[in-house]
Design a protein around this ligand. Structure first.
Ligand SMILES: Cc1ncc(COP(=O)(O)O)c(C=O)c1O
Length: 341
């Protein structure tokens, strides 16, 4: 029985669900792991995660499709990205096939929280891992916990999609050779001041330029960029210091294989922004948020797609990818993991 939730009025917040997956790493190995009822985590006051932020996470969604199945989108890519995050943070990798199985088990155990097709709401899945034993000298923890919970989240765009205004940030997100390419909690902690400051000044997001030269577009605090040229080419910034977005990588395939667009994955310079016809932010949460205007220290770049609606190419990309996720359009091999028929 679906839970008695007003799916349309859900925001992007935490709603406690019935079961979560927990596995522990101790004495150099992972235990079996299990689904548990208790949403609380108990740990030492000196746990590695609390002292030195040794933690990383992932985010993906489960959807109810038009024909009533429950599916999730490319969980294998979340598993491998989390493995990369763990290696960079000197944390043991929770095996990738077990990660995918845990996604299936966690969603299956909370099927009643998967929002109905057409509601716009989805089930957000949050895998994460952290150092749990006491650590006082700066070093990796010995023991770790891997957890995964899910929470229903509402439609990202309530009452229609409106293009947003963002600014070029003076704060840095990622250092060269740093941790920008992984999903480490520390990247998000240090972005909080920048986003609060942006919001206080009326901007929805920060565009972080590369911190070495401040001439190239990297990403925002939680999404990669896509740009469309006036002749309909999809351009996405290439950099070693941005998080490899699964949505962006999927959109590149959709653009080329489904829409016949040319795709360029290359360095994008701030001073070429005004040449583009459309701009968007892509990620699991919103799929694509259209950007209408970028403020670069008083110089305004207004995209021809305007402030009223998504640009035409952005809309086609959005409709095609969400169509694939919701089962209306045939997916490329291996993109959809069926959890329940
Ligand atoms: C910094 C950052 N970039 C990009 C993304 C988008 O990645 P994905 O498409 O895998 O959700 C996210 C979040 O999900 C993010 O936190």
């Amino acid at each position: 029985m679906a839970k008695d939730i007003d799916w349309g009025s859900l925001g992007f917040g935490y709603v406690q669900t019935d079961k979560r997956f927990v596995a522990n790493y101790k004495d150099g190995k992972w235990d079996e792991g299990s689904l548990v009822d208790d949403p609380m985590v108990t740990m030492s006051e000196c746990a590695g995660v609390l002292q030195y932020a040794q933690t990383c996470f992932e985010g993906l969604k489960a959807y109810r499709t038009e024909d009533g199945k429950v599916v999730c989108f490319r969980p294998d890519l979340n598993a491998s990205r989390m493995a990369d995050s763990c290696r960079r943070l000197e944390m043991p990798v929770f095996p990738e096939e077990r990660f995918v199985q845990a996604v299936v088990d966690t969603v299956k155990a909370n099927l009643d929280y998967v929002p109905p097709y057409g509601s716009g709401a989805t089930l957000y899945i949050r895998p994460y891992e952290f150092g749990i034993n006491p650590v006082i000298g700066v070093k990796p923890a010995d023991d770790y916990q891997f957890r995964m919970f899910c929470t229903p989240v509402g439609p990202y765009f309530k009452g229609g999609v409106k293009p947003i205004v963002i600014r070029v940030s003076d704060f840095d997100r990622a250092a060269p050779k740093g941790t920008g390419h992984i999903k480490a909690g520390l990247n998000y902690a240090m972005s909080l001041h920048a986003i609060v400051d942006a919001h206080n000044k009326g901007y929805a997001e920060n565009l972080y330029p590369d911190s070495a030269t401040r001439t190239k577009v990297e990403e925002t605090g939680g999404a990669n960029f896509i740009f469309i040229t006036k002749d309909g080419t999809l351009v996405t910034p290439k950099s070693d210091t941005i998080l490899p977005s699964i949505t962006r990588r999927s959109l590149m395939v959709v653009a080329e294989k489904y829409l016949g667009m040319k795709v360029e994955h290359r360095e994008v310079f701030l001073d070429e922004l005004s040449d583009f016809a459309e701009c968007g932010l892509c990620g699991t949460a919103a799929v694509i948020s259209p950007v209408g205007k970028i403020d670069d220290h008083g110089k305004e770049i207004c995209f021809p797609s305007g402030m009223e609606d998504m640009g035409p190419w952005t809309k086609k990309l959005y409709d095609t990818l969400t169509g694939i996720q919701m089962g209306r359009i045939e997916a490329p091999e291996g993109w959809i993991k069926v959890i329940a028929e």
